[in-house]
Design a protein around this ligand. Structure first.
Ligand SMILES: O=C(O)CCC(=O)C(=O)O
Length: 417
């Protein structure tokens, strides 16, 4: 038997201690309907009675029902109450799984971590982002268990750190007069005047040297072992296919370790190209945020919010020519990327897709354009660069950019306003 008190203590007492502190009142009862809300109410009662198998079973049913609502119509039209429900139920299910793990179901700890990740990916934050806190603690407990097992089995010194192999492939030759300027840590004032106000891209070098992720000898250097240890058991969305405009492109959920083994380590690319792209990994795993640093230039923005996204993948990932609404620093932590850039004034020569969803994306295959379909494209002036580790590219809002990785690569983008 594992009591509610034990579960709550091991999860750092962050789970509310009684039903009335649970905060279910933010859910619109009418929207959920009587049957669904009653089932949720019973699941909470079972949770507070430490009836783990029953609570777990009800949560599975509730997540199935909620999943249907989350996947009907456009994501932006999904009522927030369904997303709150998904988060609350994920929390109950993860805590029940932890209790089941404590009474002998050894795989249930991994399940609890995956349950929290699904809640983080599909739900909406409740109770002061409780799922992030719970999963951080579950991950800590899981790492302690793994470490105690591996020290029993192989001893502490047998672990070696696998640096990410960043061999380059298909490197394009750049035309010197088209290459983007590279500046060594310009002053804020110079950067503001010559790049932000002039809406002109620039590569900044020497401004990422203090990142723990970049410190080859430090404990937080982004080796494969480090990424697996810090994030390996976490579930993330992976884009599969060479680019998101292809018919065969799809998305799937997998753990970071499975992603690395399948798409980064396999030199034959049997599974095709997989890309952990535009994912708010640092919100999901706040520990990783300690490895990077928001570029000080973002302080020039009027709004303090900065959207941080991870872009981790093998050589050959392609982000088709597209534009984003905010200022961007694309920071290269591992490996190299080729970028082709077009000023917004050349938009008519770039053939944006028609239709709401892809109107920020060009229909042109930048490195192999179809002259018949897109005759104006080849005359559009552009600049280009190969972004190297430790360099960050500034992109003004709406500036068109095409990105192809030349090696295994990990970039972090900072979008600011
Ligand atoms: O690195 C990539 O593949 C794309 C990055 C990008 O489009 C961005 O940061 O806005």
């Amino acid at each position: 038997m594992c009591t509610l008190q034990e579960v709550c203590e091991e999860l750092c007492n962050i789970i509310p201690s009684s039903k009335d502190k649970f905060g279910l009142s933010i859910i619109d009862k009418n929207l959920l309907g009587d049957a669904c809300f009653t089932m949720l109410d019973i699941a909470v009662n079972e949770f507070f009675s430490s009836n783990w198998p029953r609570c777990h079973h009800l949560c599975k049913v509730l997540l199935d029902i909620t999943w249907e609502h989350l996947n009907t119509g456009h994501w932006k039209d999904v009522a927030i109450s369904w997303r709150y429900t998904y988060t609350f139920v994920s929390l109950l299910k993860a805590a029940s799984e932890y209790a089941l793990y404590k009474i002998g179901r050894s795989y249930a700890l991994k399940e609890a971590i995956a349950t929290c990740d699904m809640g983080l990916l599909m739900g909406a934050p409740v109770l002061d982002s409780i799922l992030t806190k719970v999963v951080t603690q579950l991950q800590r407990l899981s790492t302690q268990t793994t470490e105690s097992h591996s020290s029993q089995n192989i001893g502490p010194d047998t672990k070696c750190s696998t640096n990410i192999v960043t061999q380059l492939s298909d490197v394009p030759s750049l035309t010197p007069e088209y290459t983007v300027d590279v500046l060594q840590c310009p002053s804020l004032q110079y950067f503001m005047e010559h790049h932000v106000l002039a809406a002109k891209p620039v590569v900044i070098a020497g401004a990422m040297e203090h990142w723990p992720a970049m410190d080859l000898k430090g404990p937080r250097h982004w080796s494969l072992d480090y990424i697996k240890t810090t994030a390996g058991c976490r579930t993330v969305p992976i884009e599969v296919g060479s680019k998101y405009t292809d018919e065969s492109w799809s998305q799937k959920l997998m753990t970071v370790t499975d992603f690395i083994n399948t798409y980064i380590m396999d030199p034959n690319k049997q599974a095709g190209v997989g890309y952990l792209a535009q994912h708010q990994l640092f919100d999901q795993i706040p520990e990783l945020l300690e490895d990077v640093s928001i570029p000080s230039y973002c302080g020039l923005g009027e709004c303090a919010d900065v959207d941080i996204n991870a872009w981790f993948g093998p050589a050959g990932t392609i982000s088709p020519l597209h534009q984003d609404p905010k200022h961007n620093f694309l920071c290269q932590a591992v490996g190299e990327k080729y970028l082709r850039l077009y000023d917004i004034k050349y938009t008519p020569q770039l053939y944006p897709h028609s239709g709401y969803l892809l109107c920020n994306t060009s229909a042109v295959d930048v490195e192999s354009p179809d002259q018949d379909k897109h005759p104006l494209f080849s005359a559009a002036p552009y600049t280009e660069c190969i972004l190297k580790p430790g360099q960050m590219l500034y992109l003004p809002p709406k500036y068109w950019h095409y990105v192809r990785s030349l090696s295994v690569s990990f970039s972090v983008s900072f979008w600011w306003e």
